[in-house]
Design a protein. Structure first.
Length: 82
């Protein structure tokens, strides 16, 4: 973390998130999310979880002037991303 409160991601330590034995491949999810007309970029990463081992989390950058809720993202992914 920088003094400005910003961080810079320069790469992944691993190419897969293991959620309770299920393999989640960040690139697949990121590429799908970027097909949404409001989404400029997306980065998926794993966060530690006591019960599941890891839970996927995603950072999303919207295109300038666009607005989207977390629920909008869930609806977009339903049936396409496990």
């Amino acid at each position: 973390m920088f003094d400005s409160g910003h961080a810079q991601v320069v790469g992944r330590l691993k190419e897969m998130v293991n959620r309770g034995g299920e393999n989640v491949y960040p690139r697949e999810v990121e590429e799908f999310l970027k097909t949404h007309p409001k989404i400029e970029d997306a980065q998926l990463f794993g966060v530690p979880d006591v019960r599941m081992g890891e839970e996927p989390a995603v950072w999303i950058q919207l295109k300038e002037g666009e607005v989207m809720s977390a629920n909008d993202v869930k609806v977009f992914c339903k049936g396409h991303v496990s």
